[in-house]
Ligand binder design. Structure first.
Ligand code: GLN
Length: 526
C-alpha cells in the first residue's frame, strides 16, 4: 500500500546493485489516470518533481535520481493516463486494423512496450520497476498482469520483490497475516514473489521470518527486514546487512564488478555531524505555525538538498516550517528571531504571499541568510520593488492587476494562459556574471538548472531595481535567473529549482553556500 516506503526500498535495492558496479535505472508506475503529476496538488501527493526534459512526475523519481545518481526522463514515469492515451490515439489512427481493443492484450502490450523501451535505451544493465498502488486495487490490475506476462517472456531476467507490512501488536509481536494475505492475493493474479521485503518497526525476529517464508513459499533468506530507519540514507546499509544483496545477486546470477564504498562513507559523515543550525522554511502547505513535522513531502527535494549540503559542511539544518498565512498576521521580529537562515520555496497563487514577503523583508533588513527558490525569488523582487525602489503596490500579475507588474508573463506567454500549457519546464541554461556571488558559488559561467514556472521578472523594471542595489547575476537572454544583493551576508534567489539537481555527495551549490552562511551566522551569535 502507499506510504509504506516502497520507493525507498526499491531505490535502496538499486543503490546496492550500483555499489556492486552495475548501471541501474528506474521506472515508476503510477496507476492513476492523470497523465502526469503536473496538475496534482503537492498537499495530497507530495511535491511535483521536475525532470531535465520538463517531465512533471511523482516524487519517487526524485528519490531514484538521488539514490542512483542518474537523470531520468518523463518516460520513466508510466501512468494509466499515458498508457491509455497512446492506445486510444493508435485506435483512432486505425492501427489496430479493425480489432476490438482490449485491456489484455492491447493495454498490457503498451505497458510492456514502454518498460522495454526505457530499459533497453537507457544505457543501464538493471532496471527497477516500481508498481505503485496496492495489490487488489482495480487501477493496478493491468500493470500487475503486464508484470506477470513480462516475467514469462523475459524468463530468468525478472525478479519480483513484494513489499509488505508486518504491524506490531502492543506487546511487540510481529503479525504476519497481512503479508500472508497479500501474497495470497498476488498468487491469485499469477504472481509469486521472489523476495519479500517486510516493512516493520523493529528488525524482523527470526521466528517471524520463518513464518513468512513458510507460508509464502520463499526461502528464509528471501525474507528481508525493512525496519524503520533513522534516516532513509541508512536503508541501503540495513538491507545489505540483512543479506538482500547476496541473495538477490545469487538469484539473478550476477557477480560483483566492484565494491563501491561512497554510500557508506556518506552515512558515516552524516552520523558524525555534531553542529546544528536552525532555519525557517516559510511556505503555504504547512499545518500550524511552528510544526517540525509538516507536510514534509510537499518540499521533499528541498529537505534533501539541505541534507546533502549539511552532510558536506558537517552541520545539520534543523528546519522549522512557518505557515506564511500565520506570518501575515504575526510579527516577523518574534516569529523569525531565532533562525540562522530563511528559505522561501516555490509556490503558486496569492494565498500567504504577503507573509512570505514579510519574511523576505526581515531577512534582507536583518541580514539573515536568505535563499529564495522560484516563487521565493519572484517575491524577493516584489519586496525589493516595494520597500527599496518605492514602487508602491508592486506585485506579480499572477495575483491580478497591479500598478507595477515587476513579475509578469512575458509577451510570448500571453494568450497561452490555460493551465499547464505555459510553464517553462525542465532544463534551461543561465549565464553567470563574472565576480558575482552566483559565479563564486557555482565556480562556472554557464550552468543548467531545472525550471517549473510561468511568470518572469519583468525586463522593464530591471534598471530601477539594479540601480538600488539588487543584482541579476544569472540570466538567459531576457530572462532573469538569479538575483543577489551585494553586501548582504547571503541573499540569493533563483528562478530555477536547484534542489532538483542536488545529490548525496554532490550538493547543489546554492544550498551549500546557504548552509555555510547559516553556520557563519550561528558562529557569530555564540
Ligand atoms: N507561481 C510562480 C510562477 O508560476 C512560481 C512557480 C514556482 O515557484 N514553482 O511563475
Amino acid at each position: 500500500m502507499s506510504g509504506l516506503g516502497k520507493g525507498i526500498t526499491a531505490a535502496s535495492i538499486g543503490r546496492l546493485l550500483m555499489n556492486k558496479g552495475y548501471r541501474v535505472t528506474a521506472i515508476k508506475i503510477d496507476p492513476y489516470i492523470n497523465i502526469d503529476a503536473g496538475l496534482m496538488s503537492p498537499f495530497q501527493h507530495g511535491e511535483v518533481y521536475v525532470l531535465k526534459d520538463g517531465g512533471e512526475v511523482d516524487l519517487d523519481l526524485g528519490n531514484y535520481e538521488r539514490f542512483l545518481d542518474v537523470e531520468l526522463t518523463r518516460d520513466h514515469n508510466i501512468t494509466t493516463g499515458k498508457v491509455y492515451s497512446t492506445v486510444i490515439d493508435k485506435e483512432r489512427k486505425g492501427e489496430y486494423l479493425g480489432k476490438t481493443v482490449q485491456i489484455i492484450p492491447h493495454i498490457t502490450d503498451e505497458i510492456k512496450r514502454r518498460i522495454r523501451q526505457v530499459s533497453r535505451t537507457g544505457g543501464c544493465e538493471i532496471c527497477l520497476i516500481e508498481v505503485g498502488g496496492t495489490v487488489g486495487d482495480i487501477e493496478s490490475m493491468p500493470f500487475l498482469e503486464a508484470m506477470r506476462q513480462l516475467k514469462y517472456e523475459e524468463s530468468g531476467n525478472i525478479f519480483f520483490v513484494h513489499v509488505t507490512l508486518a504491524p506490531s501488536t502492543m506487546d511487540g509481536e510481529q503479525k504476519t497475516k497481512p503479508t500472508q494475505h497479500s501474497v495470497k492475493e498476488m498468487r491469485g493474479l499469477g504472481l509469486q514473489p521472489d523476495m519479500i521485503a517486510v516493512r516493520c518497526q523493529k528488525p524482523l525476529l527470526p521466528e517471524t521470518k520463518h513464518k513468512i517464508a513458510h507460508f509464502c513459499d520463499v526461502p528464509v533468506e528471501a525474507v528481508i527486514s525493512c525496519h524503520d530507519a533513522k534516516d532513509i540514507y541508512r536503508v541501503p546499509l540495513q538491507l545489505e546487512e540483512g543479506g538482500l544483496t547476496d541473495y538477490l545477486m545469487k538469484a539473478m546470477r550476477l557477480f560483483p564488478l566492484e565494491e563501491r564504498r561512497d554510500w557508506d562513507l556518506l552515512v558515516e559523515k552524516m552520523d558524525a555531524i555534531k553542529e546544528r543550525v536552525s532555519m525557517a522554511i516559510v511556505g503555504k502547505y504547512t499545518a500550524g505555525s511552528q510544526c517540525t513535522d509538516p507536510m514534509e513531502d510537499a518540499y521533499l527535494s528541498i529537505r534533501e538538498a539541505l541534507k546533502h549540503a549539511g552532510i558536506e559542511v558537517g552541520v545539520w539544518p534543523d528546519i522549522t516550517w512557518i505557515d506564511s498565512e500565520e506570518l501575515e498576521a504575526g510579527a516577523p521580529e518574534i516569529m523569525l528571531r531565532e533562525f540562522d537562515g530563511i528559505l522561501v520555496p516555490g509556490g503558486f497563487g496569492a494565498r500567504g504571499t504577503e507573509g512570505k514577503i514579510k519574511a523576505i523583508q526581515y531577512a534582507r533588513e536583518r541580514k539573515v541568510p536568505y535563499l529564495g527558490i522560484c516563487f521565493g525569488m519572484q517575491l524577493a523582487v516584489v519586496e525589493f520593488a516595494r520597500n527599496v525602489c518605492d514602487l508602491e503596490d508592486a506585485n506579480s500579475t499572477e495575483f491580478g492587476e497591479t500598478p507595477h507588474p515587476v513579475i509578469a508573463l512575458l509577451p510570448e506567454q500571453e494568450g497561452l494562459r490555460e493551465m499547464g500549457a505555459t510553464m517553462r519546464l525542465g532544463n534551461y541554461p543561465a549565464h553567470l556574471e563574472e565576480g558575482s556571488l552566483a559565479h563564486r558559488i557555482y565556480r562556472a559561467t554557464n550552468i543548467v538548472e531545472r525550471h517549473r514556472h510561468r511568470y518572469e521578472v519583468n525586463p522593464a523594471y530591471i534598471g530601477v531595481i539594479e540601480e538600488k542595489g539588487m543584482r541579476f547575476s544569472g540570466t538567459n537572454g531576457d530572462l532573469m535567473e538569479i538575483l543577489e544583493i551585494p553586501g548582504h551576508p547571503f541573499y540569493f534567489g533563483s528562478q530555477f529549482h536547484p534542489e532538483m539537481k542536488s545529490r548525496p555527495g554532490r550538493p547543489s551549490p546554492p544550498f551549500l553556500a546557504f548552509v555555510r552562511a547559516m553556520q557563519e551566522k550561528r558562529a557569530r551569535r555564540s
